[in-house]
Write a protein that binds this ligand. Structure first.
Ligand SMILES: NC(=O)C1=CN([C@@H]2O[C@H](COP(=O)(O)OP(=O)(O)OC[C@H]3O[C@@H](n4cnc5c(N)ncnc54)[C@H](O)[C@@H]3O)[C@@H](O)[C@H]2O)C=CC1
Ligand SMILES: O=C([O-])CC(=O)C(=O)O
Length: 359
């Protein structure tokens, strides 16, 4: 090191270079929060390395903020095809310990993913009023395939939290990508259905007149319309509902996404509640990866609970991802009928994802 390298003027120059990475540096991957080796502000407490793919989007920005607040995260990589320099500069000013780095465009995907422990994927188009989640398939299938190919290449052992819709089909697509790359571990691929549980907890708590934080509703099946199956007979703490309440709650939980899409009237779908749900699920994954006992969340995973290859139920999260998949438990007649309808639609969505990869 030059004898003056630690002089006040040199230190200021170093920090300034870090704070204002030029767009050219960002495009070369030399800026974007990559800290100069001699910079004192190393951050980086022990913890996990997490990447958000689609970090400049409606979900991605709030999710990046929430992951920067998570003390289990030591390094946070923000990747998108647009606007990551701004989001990265912004989030990096939060005085929490995670070191934030931004990555822009496919030529930086490899750098964004190398060394990551957990990859969260909210990249892709959201719905507009009148669309189903399946209407997003044509655009989002290719995005998910390309990003998962990047995961297989650069961080094959990372746990993946997949948010991009239609989740019922994008998770099977991701599984096929990993199988082809020879990196597939069913335990490490988790479709995020936490927002269905958050909505179910909220709406049930409203009906019961209690704090939603005290309520836990298992939601099984998948993540679209009738495939979203709240098990109101298994609510914790135990409670009972009238037939009208069951009908109202089931419909509202299944249509929660559409309720937001219509209220936003063309400006997108759930982003804030989704970022909250994704951050909650990612935190549960990180606690499991750390070795905490008894971390259980609902998730859409490879499963033998039904005859379908993928299904959402409660799973126990551990060091390797979904370590244990819990059975459905006792269902009442209403839930059994709902399950049969859900399975029919789910089966088609799974097949659609697999066929996309076999084209
Ligand atoms: N699983 C769930 O419960 C939920 C899933 N979603 C889904 O999440 C996805 C994202 O939603 P929003 O954030 O509202 O959309 P958005 O349009 O606000 O953001 C999407 C971001 O993805 C980026 N992107 C597009 N192609 C990309 C690529 N190849 N690589 C990296 N980034 C790319 C875009 O540039 C954009 O910044 C949608 O598919 C939506 O349907 C939304 C809510 C709930
Ligand atoms: O409804 C949508 O399109 C977004 C979504 O998956 C949800 O909010 O549950």
């Amino acid at each position: 090191m030059h004898p003056d390298a630690n002089s006040p003027s040199h230190r200021i120059a170093r920090v300034a270079a870090h704070l204002n990475p030029s767009r050219a540096q960002m495009e070369e991957g030399t800026g974007s929060g990559l800290r100069p080796a001699a910079c004192r502000a190393k951050g980086g407490a022990p913890g996990f390395k997490v990447a958000v793919l689609g970090a400049a989007g409606g979900i991605g920005q709030s999710l990046s903020l929430l992951m920067k607040m998570n003390p289990l995260v030591s390094v946070l990589h923000l990747y998108d095809v647009v606007n990551t320099p701004g989001v990265t500069a912004d989030v990096s000013h939060m005085d929490t310990s995670a070191v934030v780095r931004g990555f822009l465009g496919p030529q930086q995907l490899e750098a964004a993913l190398t060394g990551m422990d957990l990859v969260i994927i909210p990249a892709g188009l959201p719905r507009k009023p009148g669309m189903t989640r399946d209407d997003l398939f044509n655009k989002n299938a290719g995005i998910v395939r390309a990003l998962c190919e990047g995961v297989a290449k650069s961080c094959p052992n990372a746990i993946v939290n997949l948010i991009s819709n239609p989740v019922n089909s994008t998770v099977p697509i991701a599984a096929e990508v990993f199988k082809r790359a020879g990196t597939y571990s069913p335990k490490r691929l988790l479709g995020v259905t936490t927002l269905d549980v958050a909505r179910a907890n909220t709406f049930v708590a409203e009906v019961l007149g209690v704090d939603p934080r005290e309520v836990n509703v298992p939601v099984v099946g998948g993540h679209a319309g009738i495939t979203i199956l709240p098990l109101l007979s298994q609510v914790s703490p135990p409670c009972s509902f009238t037939p009208d309440e069951i009908s109202y709650l089931t419909t509202r939980i299944q249509n929660g996404g559409t309720e937001v899409v219509e209220a936003k009237a063309g400006a997108g779908s759930a982003t804030l509640s989704m970022a909250f749900a994704a951050a909650k699920f990612a935190d549960a994954c990180l606690r499991g990866m750390r070795g905490d006992a008894g971390v259980v969340e609902c998730s859409y995973v490879a499963s033998e609970v039904t005859e379908l290859p993928f299904f959402a139920t409660k799973v126990r999260l551990g060091r390797g991802g979904a370590e244990e998949i819990f059975p459905l438990g006792p269902l009442n007649d209403f839930e059994r009928a709902g399950l049969e309808k859900a399975k029919k639609e789910l089966s088609e969505s799974i097949q659609k994802g697999v066929s996309f990869m076999n084209k």
